[in-house]
Design a protein around this ligand. Structure first.
Ligand SMILES: Nc1nc2c(c(=O)[nH]1)N[C@H]1C(S)=C(S)[C@@H](COP(=O)(O)O)O[C@H]1N2
Ligand SMILES: [Mo]
Length: 340
């Protein structure tokens, strides 16, 4: 349920995160319509009503987030090299192509996402299939805060305090059969709510729904998290409300958002970015500074801090994003150049 609120973030929203070109364009339109003279501030209170009328900003109520009870899991903290990425950056610099391909699109366009009711189905090669409602998502296991690095294949990274529980806790409950060798994930398909699913250009050419997958041993690894929140509260839509995957040793595109189905399967499931460009994105997608993306190096990354992406410092990228102690054994004997 969305609730209209007027918090500080909402008030600074227009000037902070609207791309400069869009901002200038609105100004031009308003000027042509005779609403503002040169030098008039677009967001002045005198023009606010006109803005609401023209662009519906007044209806774009902020998605309501709730505080979540949790404990802190410090097990992996020693692997986090550097300060947290500030919350305002984590929730305004996003990849969620269902809402558009620009980094600011999800925060601007996803605020109305309906997450209640929600259904998450877990089925396939399991003894006890399960259907979860919205409230169930928060009761499956005790919620932990885990601070993880997130490394996007585009060579930027963040440090995020997620709230969630191990995917393994959910998988154990449905009792995978001996045939279950992979886990397939699927994002909500709802073109009415997701403009990128209505229009191929807006959605970056992806065939929706967005799908992802893990090998079962990767899925059962301690690090693999189902996240229902960040920074102490439920997830905002742009970060994958109400529930998303977080796999910190893999490129960010494996961490699929707004999940409606988890299916245990016998053979390797198709994955969205691999379907789109198999020479650029593999099934495994382990962070690996030694294997470059065909169009750019993966040797270093820009860590997004208080200044955002533009002032972000370049730092060396670590094998398995620094989580090798926990996951390198999963890939023993595998040629990671071939299985990228
Ligand atoms: N359904 C869906 N999940 C997605 C994406 C997407 O476009 N659609 N983008 C992925 C990519 S490329 C990254 S880097 C992360 C970004 O997560 P964040 O916006 O919470 O930082 O989400 C991943 N999950
Ligand atoms: Mo990404």
């Amino acid at each position: 349920m969305t609730v209209k609120t007027q918090n500080a973030w909402n008030r600074i929203r227009e000037s902070e995160i609207t791309p400069e070109s869009v901002f200038a364009d609105r100004r031009r339109i308003l000027k042509q319509l005779g609403f503002v003279g040169a030098g008039t501030l677009l967001s002045s209170s005198a023009n606010a009503g006109v803005l609401d009328f023209l662009f519906g900003e007044g209806d774009q109520a902020q998605f309501a987030r709730h505080a979540l009870q949790h404990s802190k899991n410090l097990t992996f903290d020693h692997l986090v090299n550097g300060p947290l990425t500030p919350e305002d950056k984590v929730i305004t610099h996003n990849n969620f192509y269902e809402f558009g391909t620009a980094k600011t699109d999800p925060a601007e366009r996803a605020q109305g996402l309906q997450v209640q009711p929600w259904q998450l189905v877990i089925d396939g090669e399991v003894a006890k299939p399960l259907t979860l409602d919205y409230d169930d998502l928060f009761k499956l296991a005790p919620l932990e805060e885990r601070i993880y690095r997130l490394r996007c294949v585009e060579a930027w990274s963040m440090v995020v305090p997620w709230l969630g529980f191990p995917l393994a806790a959910l998988l154990k409950r449905v009792e995978p059969t001996s045939k279950a060798r992979f886990v397939a994930f699927e994002t909500l398909y709802d073109p009415e709510q997701m403009p990128g699913q209505r229009n191929r250009f807006v959605g970056g050419g992806i065939d929706y729904p967005y799908v992802e997958g893990l090998r079962i041993d990767e899925a059962m690894n301690d690090l693999t998290l189902l996240s229902v929140g960040l920074y102490g509260k439920t997830l905002p839509p742009q970060n994958g409300a109400p529930i998303r995957l977080v796999v910190p040793w893999k490129y960010g595109f494996k961490s699929i958002k707004s999940i409606v189905r988890i299916r245990l399967v016998e053979s390797m499931p198709p994955t969205t970015w691999n379907l789109l460009a198999s020479n650029e994105y593999g099934f495994y997608a382990n962070v690996n500074p030694g294997v470059d993306h065909p169009r750019w190096s993966q040797a270093s990354e820009r860590r997004i801090g208080a200044g955002g992406l533009l002032s972000a410092k370049r730092i060396p990228t670590e094998m398995f994003n620094g989580y090798g102690d926990y996951v390198a054994s999963l890939y023993q004997g595998m040629d990671l150049r071939r299985y990228y």
